[in-house]
Design a protein around this ligand. Structure first.
Ligand SMILES: C[S@@+](CC[C@H](N)C(=O)[O-])C[C@H]1O[C@@H](n2cnc3c(N)ncnc32)[C@H](O)[C@@H]1O
Length: 220
């Protein structure tokens, strides 16, 4: 299994049309949780049976991981969970625009690849354009949960979130945790990366944001 793929290579720059929400879930009207960069999907595979009042969608750029996660999902007969292969920076925005309003209630982005070398920084997934696309689609009061063990990566994620502005120049997102790091994960299951980080006793930086009700974001 490849550790990384280059999201900027021509294959991953092709836009794929993601299936409409009604094709993914038997009850597409349930509140939606999106986990972006879900890897092998173990976090969602554990969470979905416990949160049956939500649909959960995992997006991942490494197709073999999506195939494995989907095989597990089918084995567990979970119908409120689905995994899709895509480059979230290329294929997500159009799909978000098709979503019914008020459906997207939770977005999690956990331990995105740090791409440490300077020449690789542009491969990083959390870009201002991704946060803006999410902000437009998220329901009022929807939550955005971010975590990383890499200070530079979490700093850039928070910068993108804090710089996301509504048309009246107010911040779209506000921190639910009062602007300090959350000591504990609000979810009962660790992601694959989080389990490794906790085992090694590395620091974890977590923030939970909510979308300010009434935020209107500039559309192009
Ligand atoms: C360090 S892993 C963390 C995985 C998981 N969230 C966790 O915490 O264990 C980051 C994941 O994001 C995926 N990824 C990177 N860029 C992506 C992109 N543009 N679109 C979708 N997934 C991406 C990677 O393939 C990788 O599986």
């Amino acid at each position: 299994m490849r550790q990384h793929v280059n999201p900027l290579s021509s294959f991953y720059q092709l836009e794929r049309q993601l299936p409409a929400i009604a094709e993914l879930f038997p009850d597409p009207a349930l509140p939606l949780h999106l986990d972006i960069g879900c890897a092998r999907g173990r976090f969602l595979l554990a969470l979905a049976p416990q949160r049956q009042n939500h649909n959960h969608l995992g997006l991942e750029i490494r197709r073999p991981l999506v195939d494995l996660a989907e095989a597990d999902r089918r084995k567990l007969e979970l119908t409120n969970l689905y995994f899709l292969f895509c480059n979230a920076n290329i294929s997500l925005e159009d799909w978000l625009q098709q979503l019914p309003p008020n459906l997207l209630k939770l977005v999690t982005i956990q331990y995105p690849d740090p791409w440490f070398k300077k020449r690789h920084h542009k491969r990083r997934m959390v870009q201002p354009s991704l946060i803006t696309a999410l902000a437009k689609a998220m329901a009022p009061d929807a939550q955005l949960f971010l975590q990383s063990d890499v200070p530079e990566v979490i700093r850039l994620m928070l910068e993108a979130v804090d710089n996301c502005q509504a048309i009246d120049n107010t911040n779209v997102f506000y921190p639910c945790d009062g602007g300090s790091w959350m000591e504990l994960n609000p979810f009962p299951y660790a992601t694959e990366r989080e389990a490794q980080v906790l085992e090694k006793n590395l620091p974890v930086y977590r923030r939970l944001y909510a979308k300010r009700a009434g935020s209107i974001i500039q559309t192009n």
